[in-house]
Design a binder for this molecule. Structure first.
Ligand SMILES: Cc1cc2nc3c(=O)[nH]c(=O)nc-3n(C[C@H](O)[C@H](O)[C@H](O)COP(=O)(O)OP(=O)(O)OC[C@H]3O[C@@H](n4cnc5c(N)ncnc54)[C@H](O)[C@@H]3O)c2cc1C
Length: 512
């Protein structure tokens, strides 16, 4: 088949329908597969694990249901858009429950802040800490609205394949304050140190360090206020199951327990994949939802790995990892909200230890989800499916998780019982499991066990993040946390939109 050159990206000239394979069924892989299948391009999705979802997996045991990764939905309109593309209505398939408050934040001095997402309630909470910061909050929301409208609504949907696209928007990004860190930006609006934490910690939700993530990422509180913070009834996994059904109803094919071992190439054009069992599947288009670094460093033939990308990906900054405990409890703790966040004693130092330190940090920051507060079906009567997340260094930081996991579990339970007021927690545990950075590496094939792929910094964003379409290999595309615009369900849904549009555009050009 004669290659047709589209800029630097040759794609095989179409003769009939092109065979499209998607590697991986995370939110990004599923959303791309749905979009392409809905556009009448037959897609086969290959997933290494037994079930879909990737980081958004589910654990069910002894009557307890746990979401293993994402627990909250922001920007639900992106899911609505996806369902619309497939000709359906999200609300017919999934019940979305708005959370009130969005979360409770508890500080080391025992004070707490409930974040409701409404002007009146939030301003009352802010005034309890520092009345003068109410005006700062209003100014902060106005500033982040401006960033949201430009950076999220416009720029996050552009593919940024060319340096010139990026150079064109750079002055504007600087004008929006992108060169500052989220924390510096927030500190311009809030005097109180507690409030600076409340409005700056959000980059951690997508693997970013608030002290160096670009101020562009300070839009999350605005985004949350705009669309609310939601939970899917039955657990977040109901979204994944609904996406799986949506794709299959459109005629898409999914093969589970089918790890891809190699992306095969012929003359710098993808020709198919080789599976772990040795069989080959031909394809003209391959969309990798697998970890970006692992894809470049392990799935592409060595002789074809672009030296630049291998170097960049080996030397890039990766997000932190997470240590997770899933605790099935025979009782609940009414003092917890659906989401409760415990801030560390020393915010800046703790974050610095997680991202840049060596060994296990000694301070404690925890995020808890108690979903049976919202949906009692998720735990046996009177019990709780408690999800505990500690952000921890990834595997580049010299921690021997085989030994340290048990010690960290013990410290977390001690902290929750002695400092966070959850007395009797240990003896109420009926069942428990953990997920460590080693599991991110082995089960999700994540480079360095990073929980959110590449760290979102200014120099790893937009054009400077791995592109949604490979420059040097025809027919190869990427979707998910490691590509533009980045991690988090909204980010990967946007990347699915960008990637599927690129594929559709390239296919249309190739068939002319
Ligand atoms: C603990 C945690 C909590 C989070 N909380 C939130 C939250 O509350 N809200 C939010 O918006 N975001 C949250 N996030 C971020 C969000 O979950 C992720 O950014 C997003 O789910 C990643 O989706 P993805 O499309 O990149 O694919 P992934 O979820 O990374 O899935 C990739 C898939 O590819 C498969 N795969 C890999 N290699 C191969 C191969 N060789 N062959 C076949 N298949 C392969 C994997 O098995 C996996 O299923 C959280 C993340 C974590 C880790």
């Amino acid at each position: 088949m004669k290659p047709l050159s589209l800029g630097k990206m040759p794609v095989a000239r179409a003769s009939g329908k092109q065979k499209i394979l998607v590697i991986g069924s995370g939110f990004g892989g599923l959303a791309t597969a749905i979009r392409l299948q809905a556009a009448c391009h037959p897609v086969t999705l290959l997933e290494a694990r037994e079930r879909p979802g990737g980081r958004a997996s589910q654990l069910r045991t002894q009557g307890f249901t746990f979401d293993m990764g994402p627990t909250l939905i922001t920007a639900p309109h992106l899911l609505e858009d996806l369902w619309q593309v497939a000709g359906r209505n999200l609300r017919d398939d999934v019940s979305m429950i708005p959370l009130c408050p969005f979360y409770r934040i508890i500080f080391h001095d025992g004070r707490s802040f409930d974040y409701w997402g409404t002007a009146e309630a939030d301003e009352a909470e802010i005034a309890r800490f520092e009345p003068r910061d109410v005006a700062g909050y209003r100014a902060f929301l106005a500033a982040t609205q401006g960033i949201y409208e430009r950076a999220f609504v416009d720029l996050a949907k552009q593919p940024f394949l060319h340096g010139s696209d990026f150079l064109r928007v750079l002055p504007e990004l600087f004008h929006l304050g992108a060169q500052q860190s989220v924390y510096s930006f927030v500190s311009r609006y809030f005097r109180d140190p507690h409030l600076r934490m409340v409005f700056s910690f959000h980059p951690l939700f997508i693997g970013g360090n608030p002290f160096r993530a670009s101020a562009i990422y300070s839009i999350v509180p605005y985004l949350e206020r705009l669309g609310g913070v939601h939970f899917a009834q039955g657990g977040m996994y109901t979204l994944i199951e609904a996406m799986e059904r949506l794709f299959q109803a459109l005629g898409g094919e999914i093969r589970y327990a089918t790890p891809v071992e190699r992306i095969e190439l012929a003359q710098r054009q993808v020709s198919g994949v080789r599976l772990a069992d040795g069989t080959s599947l031909p394809a003209q288009i391959i969309i990798a939802n697998s970890d970006i670094a692992t894809t470049y460093l392990k799935l592409l033939p060595e002789e074809e790995q672009s030296r630049i990308h291998s170097w960049r990906l080996t030397h890039a900054r990766y997000s932190m990892s997470c240590f997770l405990l899933y605790l099935g409890l025979k009782r609940n703790f009414p003092q917890l909200r659906h989401h409760t966040i415990f801030m560390p004693h020393h915010y800046r130092q703790h974050v610095q230890r997680i991202f840049d330190g060596h060994g296990m940090p000694q301070d404690m920051a925890l995020y808890l989800q108690a979903p049976a507060h919202t949906d009692p079906q998720l735990a046996p009567a009177g019990g709780e499916s408690l999800y505990v997340l500690a952000p921890v260094p990834n595997l580049a930081h010299g921690i021997d998780w085989q030994h340290e996991a048990a010690a960290l579990r013990k410290r977390i339970l001690h902290y929750l019982e002695q400092e966070a007021g959850l007395k009797g927690l240990s003896e109420s545990i009926v069942t428990e499991q953990s997920f460590t950075p080693l599991d991110f590496a082995s089960q999700l094939r994540s480079h360095l066990g990073a929980a959110f792929s590449l760290e979102p910094t200014l120099f790893q964003s937009a054009y400077l993040r791995p592109h949604n379409r490979a420059k040097e290999i025809g027919g190869l595309y990427f979707v998910g946390a490691g590509t533009h615009p980045g991690a988090g369900i909204p980010g990967v849904l946007l990347s699915a939109e960008i990637t599927s549009q690129l594929v559709l555009r390239d296919l249309a050009m190739a068939s002319r």
